[in-house]
Design a protein around this ligand. Structure first.
Ligand SMILES: [Zn+2]
Length: 208
């Protein structure tokens, strides 16, 4: 049995933080306390006492995308595709992001398609690219464009199409308060942009 003295448990097991969760610095906790007060509540009441810490940690997770370059997920490429030269489509990919104007949740789903040019990736990697960009402060238009561009730059495909459909907490919960209203954005590159029948094909596969 190892005993850890109260004075030197900095790098060791901390009984007050048994899961080793990230520390939330005082200035971050104070900022959240200020926000609770601003919203009209008492940050010192029992139910809110640990909220600044929890919120601090939650935001680290919401914004995990800042820690990575999403292109990393497209670095394992398969070139032996057995002559497959049709559209690859992943649809109904759920995601969560936060709008950069209100830091309110954006909840939606994406459809991501590309027409390979010899290079393909494991299908789950497309979702990882989406999440890498979604887990940041975003606007839906830029999220859509970034996902499409990342696939375009890293797979050299003939075409890319990304369609995102999402609800914005800043519209459903405040302002015009319109629950159920969704926003659709798309970014289309390459042959899906230049060729009418390719575009129609990918859009109908996506269900649009
Ligand atoms: Zn917003």
């Amino acid at each position: 049995m190892n005993y850890v003295s109260a004075h030197d448990h900095d790098d060791e097991f901390d009984p007050e933080n048994p899961m080793g969760k990230p520390e939330v610095p005082d200035h971050v906790q104070n900022a959240i306390r200020t926000l609770i007060e601003w919203a009209g509540d008492d940050p010192n009441r029992e139910g809110l006492r640990d909220t600044p810490k929890r919120v601090g940690r939650a935001w680290l997770e919401y914004c995990e995308g800042y820690k990575e370059d999403p292109a990393i997920h497209l670095s394992r490429i398969f070139e032996e595709v057995g002559g497959y030269d049709e559209i690859v489509l992943l649809k109904d990919i759920p995601f969560q992001s936060h709008c950069e104007h209100h830091m309110a949740p954006i909840i939606g789903k994406a459809a991501i398609a590309y027409l390979p040019n010899k290079k393909v990736v494991g299908i789950s990697k497309l979702a990882r690219v989406l999440h890498g960009y979604a887990q940041r402060l975003q606007i839906q238009e830029r999220l859509t464009a970034e996902v499409a561009q990342c696939i375009w730059d890293n797979l050299d495909p003939h075409g890319v199409a990304v369609v995102i459909e999402a609800q914005h907490g800043c519209m459903t919960g405040r302002g015009v308060k319109t629950p159920g209203v969704g926003m659709i954005t798309s970014r289309i590159l390459g042959c899906f942009l230049d060729n009418d029948s390719s575009r129609k094909e990918v859009m109908s596969l996506m269900g649009y």
